[in-house]
Design a protein around this ligand. Structure first.
Ligand code: FNR
Length: 392
């Protein structure tokens, strides 16, 4: 028989929201890694706007609708997802937890969705494909030269990835002052304080040293990098400021499956991507406030882009999604699904793949209860009539 109560000096509070996972991840990670994961560009005005702009919209509560359940399923390019939330590409995810993108991809498929594997991932294209049973998405930086992208495209194709996401908002690396301040530069600056900060997190260090997931594994044969900071520095040298639509069009010619351009904030760019380049979709994104500081919040850019290309192409949104009601707001504004970046990496930092699953479960439960409280049966039924502008 179990006792009526247990006495503990302190009961750990359960983690019931993405924000709870954020706080727990902060405690689990050394400051340098936290700055890399959570920070934005310069004074982080766009990072903050990504959150604040969701409050420009209110959800309409319609009572007594008689609907018994809330269906979260969506179909993107003939691929059914059980929930309208994909995991965004995040580089060097193994820094948050050694199990990295592989555990995240496995958690995503258990939840009925997919991971978008970053070019800069800590598990290679082939490792993630071998450890999962579904066709996850692959993200490519169009770093230009033919042989590099040819080899990445054919590796992704051979490993079974069907959807290609091309990220276009990194012609230069955003000015991440927080990363530089904490010594996440090259070479890394180690002070006694920073070393102590790392030393009080033995689980993190053990995972890091035992599993060695500090480099961009799809690229190590090209870069020869031995550590995270060296990987980032080599990646930064490959970035090309002279990128143009021609580079993206040339990738499109070499990829047969769904082709999604990530990092679009202007309707004209979305139209160009779809009509002239032949993209099957766009991700309305400011890279989580990590690139152009001062750029518009993604959710503010979404309605015009959905009006311009929605219905003809997939419209995804990322940057700032932290709750189920954020997802519902984005879908009502015209997104077909959203991507989350930091939220799943918080989950990963706290509890590996189980933490990613927990974050997805939290968002799914919040979406279901939000839809039910709004009197909506299916995410597919959402449109702008379900919203009111806060200032209207
Ligand atoms: C990113 N992002 C990103 N995007 C991309 O296309 N390729 C990449 O390698 C990375 N790497 C990366 C690392 C980290 C640590 C973060 C936080 C983000 C951007 C990412 O795909 C997505 O656009 C944002 O994370 C979305 O914002 P939220 O959900 O983090 O607010």
């Amino acid at each position: 028989m179990s006792p009526a109560f247990q006495y503990r000096l302190r009961t750990p509070a359960p983690l019931v929201s993405v924000e709870d996972y954020r706080h727990a991840a902060r405690r689990a990670l050394p400051s340098m890694v936290w700055a890399y994961l959570d920070g934005g560009a310069e004074d982080e005005r766009t990072l903050r706007a990504n959150r604040a702009s969701f409050t420009n919209w209110h959800l309409r509560q319609r009572v007594l609708s008689g609907h018994a359940c809330a269906d979260l399923a969506v179909t993107i390019d003939r691929q059914r997802l059980d929930l309208p939330v994909l995991l965004a590409p995040t580089g060097l995810t193994g820094l948050a937890h050694w199990s990295g993108e592989l555990a995240a991809a496995q958690a995503a498929e258990q939840a009925g969705t997919r991971l978008t594997l970053s070019t800069a991932s800590s598990y290679s294209i082939e490792e993630v494909a071998a450890g999962t049973s579904n066709d996850h998405w692959f993200q490519l930086y169009p770093w230009g030269d033919g042989p590099f992208s040819d080899s990445m495209l054919s590796r992704a194709r051979d490993a079974g990835y069907r959807t290609l996401v091309v990220t276009v908002d990194v012609p230069v690396q955003g000015n991440r002052t927080g990363e530089r301040r904490t010594g996440m530069g090259h070479p890394p600056i180690l002070t006694p304080r920073r070393m102590a900060d790392a030393a009080i997190r033995p689980a993190w260090w053990y995972g890091l040293l035992r599993h060695q997931r500090m480099t961009m594994r799809s690229l190590t044969h090209i870069t020869g990098a031995r550590g995270a900071v060296e990987s980032v520095s080599i990646q930064n040298r490959r970035i090309r400021p002279d990128l143009s639509w021609r580079d993206v069009a040339s990738l499109r010619e070499r990829w047969n499956g769904p082709f999604i351009v990530k990092g679009v904030l202007e309707p004209d760019d979305a139209v160009h991507a779809v009509d002239d380049v032949g993209a099957t979709g766009v991700v309305v994104s400011n890279h989580g406030g990590r690139q152009l500081n001062g750029a518009i919040a993604s959710v503010d850019a979404l309605p015009d882009i959905a009006d311009a290309v929605g219905g003809r192409a997939t419209v995804l949104l990322d940057s700032g999604v932290r709750t189920g009601s954020d997802v519902i707001t984005a879908l009502a504004l015209g997104a077909d699904a959203v991507m989350i970046g930091r939220p799943y990496v918080y989950g990963l930092a706290v509890a590996g793949g189980a933490g990613v699953g927990a974050v997805l479960d939290i968002l799914a439960a919040e979406m279901r209860s939000t839809l039910t409280l709004m009197g909506v049966a299916r995410v597919a039924d959402l449109d702008r009539d379900h919203l009111r502008r806060a200032d209207a």
